[in-house]
Design a protein around this ligand. Structure first.
Ligand SMILES: Cc1cc2nc3c(=O)[nH]c(=O)nc-3n(C[C@H](O)[C@H](O)[C@H](O)COP(=O)(O)O)c2cc1C
Length: 112
């Protein structure tokens, strides 16, 4: 069974709510772990076959704590596909495409 990691940050709950919905859908067919990035020390990211990453939009950028995780992430032992999402109130501009998705391939993460 495929193992999927859902990693998110949520200030007041919207991004967590989306993560929970994704968890409910994926758990039908896959083994899924879900963590707030605040509890990311326990994660062995090399255990997973795919990654879902969620962040609120703060000033047209991902949350700093998510970017901190991305930049401290190890290079993975195999290439892993990822789905990246953000929540926003109006307009996320390049929140996902530039700051978040650009560094991920360096770690072996292929954003779908
Ligand atoms: C400091 C701050 C900056 C924000 N900047 C943006 C923004 O640039 N664009 C936008 O559409 N929403 C912006 N928002 C709204 C949040 O992205 C939105 O409410 C998000 O769903 C919050 O997620 P959370 O409930 O998981 O914390 C901002 C919110 C805060 C508190």
């Amino acid at each position: 069974m495929k193992k999927i990691l859902i990693l998110y940050f949520s200030g007041v709950g919207a991004t967590k709510k989306v993560a929970e919905q994704i968890y409910a859908c994926l758990s039908r067919d896959c083994e899924v772990d879900m963590f707030s990035v605040e509890n990311s020390e326990a994660i062995d990211i090399n255990r997973y076959d795919a990654l879902v990453m969620g962040t609120p939009t703060y000033h047209a950028a991902p949350a700093k704590i998510i970017m901190g995780y991305v930049y401290s992430m190890p290079v993975l032992s195999k290439q892993v596909p990822a789905f990246v999402y953000n929540t926003r109130s109006l307009c996320s501009l390049n929140t996902n495409r530039l700051p978040l998705c650009t560094p991920l391939p360096r770690n072996g993460i292929i954003v779908e």
